[in-house]
Every structure is written in C-alpha cells, then in structure tokens.
Design a protein around this ligand. Structure first.
Ligand code: PGA
Length: 230
C-alpha cells in the first residue's frame, strides 16, 4: 500500500485537534507531521507521528531547537528534512540538510528528504545536486525516503502530470541504483488532494506528501480510502 504523509506546516489551532485525532484513519502507511508543539497530542494513540524539521546540532545549549534524540525519546518516528519552505525562508543549504540527516540517522528516525526544483530550473541538475550533498558520507539508505516536490506545484492547486511524476521517479531510482545498488521509497508532493489522488495513485511513486489537503480530516479519510483501495 502507498504511503500518505500529512504535513500540517504551521496550521490548525489547539481547539481543532480533538476532532482531527478522533477521526484519524488507522494504518501503518499514514504518518502525520503536526506543528511541533502539537506532537504530544498525537502520541500514544496508535498514530505514526513525524516532525517537520530537526536540529543539525547535538543536544545542549541551542535555544529553540529540537534534537533528533529528543524526538525519538518521546516516540516520534519520522522527520521531514529539507522542505522547500525551509530552504527558501531560512536559507537552509544542502550541507545543513546533510548534518540534519546524519543526526536523524544516528537517532534511529525515518527520514523524508524533500527535494525539487524551482520554476525555470533544470530539475535533474537541481535534484542531482540536492541528493549528492544531502547524502554525502551516508552509506546506508535504510531509513531514507525521498519526497520529490517541484516547488511551483506546492500550494498551487495543481499537481504535475502522472507522466512527469513517473519520469522523475525513474530518474531518482536510477540515481540510487548507481550509488547504492538499491532504491528508497519515493514519494510525490505538490497539491495532492482528495480529488486528484484518484489519478495520482496510478503513478510509480510509493506515496504522497500532502500539505493543504491534510488539514481537513474528511479529506484525509478520503485520501486514505483511495490509497487503501488501490
Ligand atoms: P501542498 O504542500 O500539498 O499544500 O502543495 C505539499 C508540501 O509542501 O509538502
């Protein structure tokens, strides 16, 4: 079954959580990435939980950051690293992404590395560089998932075509076969919703990273239903 990863970003208020959690679909293919202060509300409820980011530093005097070991210690299992909104708004570079991945690997977290080109950029050139730097000195991809998210598709309301998704998926698989002789789980993200998922589910990706549509628990249930039936 394909994965459904739900990236809440900085959305929802405290009072929105109980309805969302009560109606959250069960499944070992569905992972929620709430705003970090809400993570504890989702834990201990048979729900797979991830964090939207992790510190590149070890535990200690680093005000406002959250370390990979701290996340692991409370039962968080997944982490998003290198989301385009962080790359854009916080100038997060591939080197920092690499440091974060190493911390997360050492803590035993499952890592979703977000990659993707901006409008007008050569996609294969960009994702080649993003992958090369992000995975520098990383020998095992056991706990690594790749989310391909073309920046112009994120939040736009329109996903890219199935053909485009398949082309990039094949390219990423080949990249990993050459370097690691195996392929990671590859996901697509960028305006996936409860309607277009019926088409997108026919692509070669093994799941979806969903932003906007993940905020409605009704849409989440619909998306999970589509994935379960395919
Ligand atoms: P979107 O966000 O589904 O709202 O396009 C996806 C993402 O940023 O991960």
């Amino acid at each position: 079954m394909k994965y459904l990863l739900l990236n809440h970003k900085m959305n929802l208020l405290g009072q929105d959580l109980s309805k969302y959690i009560e109606n959250f679909p069960k499944g070992n293919n569905i992972v929620v990435f709430p705003t970090s202060i809400y993570i504890p509300y989702f834990l201990g409820k048979n729900i797979l939980v991830g964090c939207q980011d992790v510190s590149s530093k070890d535990m200690g005097s680093v005000t406002s950051e959250v370390s990979a070991n701290q996340l692991k210690s409370i039962g968080v299992e997944y982490v998003l690293i290198g989301h385009s909104e962080r790359r854009e708004a916080y100038q997060e570079e591939d080197k920092e992404v690499n440091d974060k991945i190493k911390r997360a690997i050492n803590a035993g977290l499952k890592i979703v590395i977000c990659i993707g080109e901006k409008n007008g950029e050569d996609k294969f050139e960009v994702i080649n560089k993003q992958l090369e730097t992000a995975l520098e000195n990383i020998t095992s991809i056991n706990n690594i998932l790749i989310a391909y998210e073309p920046v112009s598709a994120i939040g736009s309301g329109t996903a890219i075509t199935n053909e485009e998704i398949n082309e990039v998926t094949e390219w990423i698989k080949n990249w990993f076969m050459e370097k690691y002789q195996e392929t990671p789980t590859i996901l697509y993200g960028g305006s996936v919703n409860d309607i277009n998922i019926e088409e997108l589910v026919n692509t070669k990706v093994e799941g979806f990273l969903v932003g906007g549509a993940s905020l409605s628990i009704e849409k989440v249930n619909k998306m999970q239903e589509v994935i379960t039936n395919n």
